[in-house]
Design a protein around this ligand. Structure first.
Ligand SMILES: [Zn+2]
Ligand SMILES: [Zn+2]
Length: 181
């Protein structure tokens, strides 16, 4: 583990959320899709199952995507802005069999707020450890999905939407074509 467990989970969830408006189009089309996202990323606490909640979570995506494209100074400004806006106050808590981790807003805060603040806290860890280079854009041609590289050797190049497989297939075909000619 490179970072604290909650940091890694928040980074993965933030990237996954950004990519729900990525190469595969709208992946949060309805409340059921948000429910699935909620479960997949082990969220707990307030979950309204409303269109307003869905809309708020969707609107977070361009805001979070900015972090992937920004210079460190701008990232710091975005992170500080989010923490200030939501009056983040880090507290250690344990719940649902999870070991102690940080919550910076109450569990009954709106889902979009909690996702934003968790992302900001996780980004703060990347800034403090000098690891912002872990935030990348997928290298597959014409894919601009975001990537969080949590591998030891910083080898992650492709997003979770299958671009690694696509790249492997392309490379395989290129090798075959080359050996035939
Ligand atoms: Zn928690
Ligand atoms: Zn990709």
């Amino acid at each position: 583990m490179l970072f604290a467990h909650d940091t890694e989970c928040s980074l993965i969830a933030a990237a996954a959320l950004v990519n729900t408006a990525g190469r595969d189009g709208e992946l949060l089309p309805d409340i059921a899709a948000l429910d699935a996202f909620f479960v997949r990323h082990s969220y707990s606490g307030r979950h309204e199952h409303t269109d307003a909640e869905l809309q708020a979570v969707r609107e977070l995506r361009p805001q979070l995507r900015r972090i992937w494209h920004a210079e460190p100074a701008e990232i710091v400004a975005v992170v500080n802005g989010l923490l200030l806006e939501h009056k983040a106050l880090p507290q250690l808590i344990e719940h649902d069999d999870e070991p102690y981790h940080l919550h910076a807003v109450p569990r009954d805060a709106p889902l979009a707020t909690r996702i934003a603040v968790e992302a900001a806290m996780a980004m703060a860890d990347l800034v403090r450890t000098g690891e912002l280079s872990r935030l990348r854009i997928c290298e597959y041609p014409d894919c601009d999905n975001v990537v969080v590289d949590l591998s030891r050797n910083r080898s992650r190049r492709f997003c979770e939407a299958g671009c690694g497989n696509r790249a492997a297939v392309t490379a395989y075909r290129a090798r075959r074509a080359a050996s035939r000619s």
